[in-house]
Design a protein. Structure first.
Length: 446
């Protein structure tokens, strides 16, 4: 250990934060979790990342990798191990304007990316939060406000620079290390640390974005109508429904339909969005034209003592009516959790299931339930959450890694269907045979 630490201090050019350091209290935390790592390393270069990986391996310490740090499962910190915090590797560069090729550092977050690309008339379909990390979101999928038109964030990935468990730097693309490239598109951080991503960005204009609100009492009809319309709506439209928000009245909370129309043609936007307005009694409508970057929201770090327990799964076309009927009933409970349903299909579904490690291509919707609040309130909601999932289980399948608060074997099996998991194991054996990168929804190499 002493030799490994001496080597780290010699080779590492970034910040080494230890428990007695002034920055440690903030450095040990992520927005959603707190640990007590022995070392938090903030590399300033790819060489520093290599040194950090080699240190963790030689010292036999648990390794966590932190990008934005928003993972519900708390993978960005640990107790007694090493955290490699990539925040300084946050460069954003348009490297080929003609091809729309953009190079983004592994520690970047999506808000600055959207802002930096806007002057070029470009965007990348990403998540919906400014401070979420590019790395964590992309490696597990990336469901954002252009998902039906351009697919997942990982579908725009052209190449990645990866530091492997041995400390080597390799390129993953269709031409170099293609199996690794397949694996990192959905396989999370199981195979190394991505220090840079190369994306093919999409042309963008201002977009029509906002929410259309309906009374909670109309939830069943509005949900059914919304899903039916999204099935045939132009792919310029992506939409999410949120309801039963405990912070807004629980069972009495309104149904909020968020819409993102990818274009600035006012008449066409109205034609595409108006069928949603006709689904029920509109009690609020703030849809307006604005920059794509403004669709990404600012989310403050939750106050101490607030806990989030999300679960998420996918629904295929045949299951949609049953799933929405169950959710409409769940929302009527006094202890109903927060419920969100995201539209998929479109460009996501045109990619073959086995083209990437993200294998849930045929899903029409993603369903998420979140128990949130002070710990006693979350505990009180848990029986209702469990009952809701018991009812949903025959109609949903899979899981979305970015919206899970746990990392059980059952979670991993839901994220990766058996054929994908077997292929991931083979890639893991080649790039991380000792399972150094285990702080994730882990694919074991044995």
């Amino acid at each position: 250990m002493n030799t490994a630490l001496e080597t780290l201090r010699r080779d590492f050019g970034g910040d080494i934060i230890e428990p007695d350091g002034a920055e440690y209290e903030a450095a040990r935390r992520t927005p959603l979790a707190a640990g007590r790592p022995a070392y938090v390393l903030r590399p300033g270069s790819v060489g520093d990342v290599r040194a950090g990986v080699r240190f963790a391996a030689r010292a036999g310490l648990e390794l966590s990798v932190r990008g934005g740090g928003h993972g519900f499962a708390g993978f960005g910190t640990n107790d007694g191990g090493v955290v490699i915090d990539l925040r300084a590797l946050d460069g954003i560069q348009v490297v080929d304007q003609e091809r729309h090729l953009v190079r983004i550092g592994g520690g970047a977050t999506w808000g600055p990316v959207a802002t930096a690309l806007a002057p070029y008339g470009l965007a990348i379909s990403s998540g919906d939060t400014r401070s979420v990390g590019v790395g964590g979101l992309t490696l597990a999928g990336g469901i954002g406000w252009k998902v039906r038109k351009y697919g997942l964030a990982l579908d725009s990935l052209a190449a990645a620079e990866v530091v492997t468990a041995s400390g080597d730097v390799v390129t993953a693309s269709t031409d170099e290390n293609p199996e690794l490239f397949w694996a990192i598109r959905g396989g999370g951080g199981n195979f190394g640390i991505v220090t840079a991503f190369e994306f093919v960005a999409q042309p963008t204009t201002d977009v029509f974005f906002g929410k259309i609100t309906f009374p909670g009492s109309e939830a069943a009809a509005v949900l059914a109508g919304w899903a039916g319309y999204l099935r045939t709506a132009p792919e310029d439209l992506t939409s999410t429904v949120e309801f039963a928000n405990p912070m807004a009245g629980g069972p009495a909370a309104p149904v909020e339909i968020y819409v993102a129309f990818d274009g600035d043609d006012r008449q066409r936007a109205a034609r595409v969005i108006d069928p949603i307005r006709r689904l029920g009694t509109v009690i609020g409508d703030d849809v307006a034209l604005g920059p794509y970057a403004d669709t990404l929201e600012e989310v403050d770090e939750p106050p101490p003592g607030i806990q989030f327990r999300p679960r998420a799964a996918f629904a295929g076309r045949a299951a949609v009516p049953a799933v929405l009927a169950i959710l409409a009933e769940v929302r009527t409970s006094e202890r109903s959790p927060f419920i969100s349903v995201r539209s998929l299909g479109g460009a996501v579904s045109r990619v073959p299931d086995d083209a990437t490690a993200y294998a849930h291509r045929s899903a029409e919707l993603m369903v998420m339930i979140i128990a949130a609040g002070p710990v006693p309130a979350v505990e009180a909601m848990q029986p209702m959450v469990d009952e809701a999932w018991r009812r949903l289980a025959p109609h949903v399948d899979g899981a979305y890694a970015n919206f899970l608060a746990s990392a059980t074997e059952e979670d991993v099996a839901a994220i990766y269907p058996a054929p994908a998991y077997e292929r991931l194991v083979a890639v893991k054996r080649g790039y991380d045979p000792g399972n150094l990168f285990a702080g994730n929804h882990n694919v074991r190499p044995w």
